[in-house]
Design a protein around this ligand. Structure first.
Ligand code: ZN
Length: 264
């Protein structure tokens, strides 16, 4: 990993310029979709890190998390607050607002095509996370005047890379295809006419890096012990947790060597 003086950086040959671009604007209110996963935690930490490097201390950062009403596993609320508190302590000059934790009512059916979010399954309307997040962003923008929203979405490994890290063809099939290299920039929320066009590069600082790069950034910034260990990747909505079955569990185990909670 190399950081440049203009606040861009390079990881495994890929350039990350979002922080540089952001710091060249006058934006000082930003919302972050904060799930307490490895990606959003790293993203928030790096945002604070680059604001400090640029001596940009007038930041108001608004983390928000949408918890699926259907989830049977315990709320991550306290865990998320712990991560936020640690980051706030490390960067006391920035203003990280209290977590906005919203319960939303979805029906978690993996891999429903995005446009099918109005599908009725078992008599229940399916609401995907993405349109719910978008509505939350609109609400927060109106309430606090937030100018910009970001999230930690990043790129899938290719099939070859998946096999190289010890996962199988079957594991590759259960990935979120919207994160494939040829799809990630086409990604838009399931929006209606109320929403502005989505600028994916602007909202996704990590759009061109993979989880392997995420791990290398954790290592490069020496954040594995302090922050990564607190993150959760499993998206299962029932016990046992972590499920060790979902793509996020498998990917985490293959790349970081452990499931959530340090479980081997
Ligand atoms: Zn899982």
């Amino acid at each position: 990993m190399v950081e440049f003086s203009d606040h861009s950086l390079e990881i495994n040959g890929k350039k990350i310029t979002w922080f540089k671009d952001f710091l060249e604007t006058n934006t000082n209110k930003i919302g972050i979709r904060f799930s307490g996963g490895s990606d959003s935690t790293l993203l928030l930490w790096m945002l604070c890190h680059f604001c400090y490097k640029a001596k940009k201390y007038d930041m108001e950062i608004y983390p928000f998390y949408l918890r699926d009403w259907w989830k049977k596993v315990p709320s991550k609320g306290n865990k998320l607050k712990k991560i936020l508190n640690l980051i706030q302590q490390e960067f006391p000059k920035l203003d990280i607002k209290p977590l906005d934790l919203t319960i939303f009512y979805s029906y978690s059916v993996p891999h429903i095509p995005l446009k099918d979010s109005k599908t009725i399954i078992d008599g229940i309307q399916v609401l995907r996370l993405e349109p719910s997040c978008e509505k939350k962003e609109i609400e927060l923008r109106q309430k606090y005047g937030i100018e910009w929203f970001i999230n930690g979405r990043n790129l899938n490994l290719t099939k070859e890379e998946i096999l190289q890290i010890g996962l199988t063809e079957k594991d590759y099939q259960i990935r979120d295809v919207r994160r494939d290299a040829d799809k990630i920039l086409e990604y838009t929320y399931d929006r209606d006419d109320l929403f502005e066009p989505c600028d994916t590069i602007k909202t996704m600082p990590f759009y061109n890096i993979t989880k392997i790069d995420v791990k290398d950034l954790y290592e490069g910034y020496n954040l594995l012990e302090k922050y990564f260990s607190l993150t959760d990747s499993c998206t299962s909505n029932k016990f046992p947790f972590p499920c060790k079955e979902c793509f996020w569990c498998k990917e985490r185990r293959a790349i970081f060597g452990m499931y959530d909670g340090g479980i081997q």
